[in-house]
Design a protein around this ligand. Structure first.
Ligand SMILES: Nc1ncnc2c1ncn2[C@@H]1O[C@H](COP(=O)(O)OP(=O)(O)OP(=O)(O)O)[C@@H](O)[C@H]1O
Length: 252
């Protein structure tokens, strides 16, 4: 059987005695997409924080590529190949699209001493590859400030990809997008799963259905259920957790 890229094993995270994560476990295989849903306060963001080393678990382990990273510093975890994209784009608006991607690629390939010198052919080809993936070739010389909201989100996903991360953590990547942009984002994430593993938090069930991926449902810091969107949708326990709102989950 294939080895998981990521294993979260019985992780507990406490804030002043309150368990935001309460012995949660999750596995993610290489080149796969997983969607994380759950009501507000379920612990979804805290789980991403625990994976990336932003909070330190009181109990349990996080294993990435067979290595225990539970208490490794956040910046070292990023270098090991996990990268997180927050809901608000973190791009540099005064730089061009290509320069934003170049920065992300260089962070991992070249030491900071070489910053400001010529861009290496390796970085240049990485920028071209990612521009193609995110569909922004035509915008390569545009300032990031001039992009639409959806394009800014795609640029930031591109920056995560340019950094060579193997595991991408995406927090509501389609938030605030039009229906078309949202569909394109789902398509982009599906295509990225050829080379990456992607853990996506989202509340928008139309978007979740478009990802065509297994869904993990969190509730009160625990994993309530994992399955297809259809299985999740038909589970009465989950309907109760969402106080009836699970009926809004569309058929996959
Ligand atoms: N730094 C913190 N200090 C204290 N409590 C926190 C902290 N971070 C999160 N919590 C609490 O932990 C619980 C889980 O929060 P978390 O943000 O992980 O939930 P979530 O599922 O991401 O919710 P949402 O969908 O609203 O973003 C909440 O009750 C929250 O108030």
């Amino acid at each position: 059987m294939a080895t998981p890229l990521l294993s979260v094993e019985n992780v507990t995270v406490s804030f002043e005695g309150f368990n935001a994560l309460d012995g949660i476990s999750l596995q993610l295989m290489p080149t796969s997409v997983r969607v994380l849903i759950g009501p507000n306060g379920a612990g979804k963001s805290t789980l991403l924080d625990a994976i990336i080393g932003h909070v330190s678990p009181a109990k349990g382990r996080v294993i990435f590529k067979g290595e225990d990273i539970t208490r490794v510093d956040e910046y070292k975890i990023v270098r090991k190949g996990i990268c997180r994209k927050f809901q608000a784009p973190g791009i540099l608006e005064s730089l061009t699209v290509a320069d934003n991607l170049g920065l992300a690629a260089r962070r991992h390939r070249e030491c900071w001493r070489s910053f400001g010198t010529r861009v290496s052919p390796e970085v240049r080809s990485q920028v071209e590859r990612v521009l193609g993936l995110i569909g922004l070739e035509e915008k390569r010389h545009s300032l990031a400030a001039h992009l639409s909201h959806g394009q800014k989100q795609w640029l930031e996903i591109g920056m995560v990809v340019a950094s060579d991360a193997e595991l991408l953590l995406l927090d509501e990547p389609a938030a605030g997008m039009s229906h078309d942009e949202s569909s394109q984002t789902a398509e982009l994430i599906r295509s990225l799963s050829n080379q990456h593993s992607i853990l996506v938090i989202d509340h928008d069930m139309t978007f979740v259905a478009q990802l065509e991926a297994p869904v993990s449902v969190m509730h009160m810091g625990r994993m309530l259920k994992e399955g297809t969107l259809e299985e999740i949708r038909n589970d009465p326990q989950i309907a109760a957790v969402y106080l009836g709102r699970a009926k809004e989950i569309p058929h996959a």
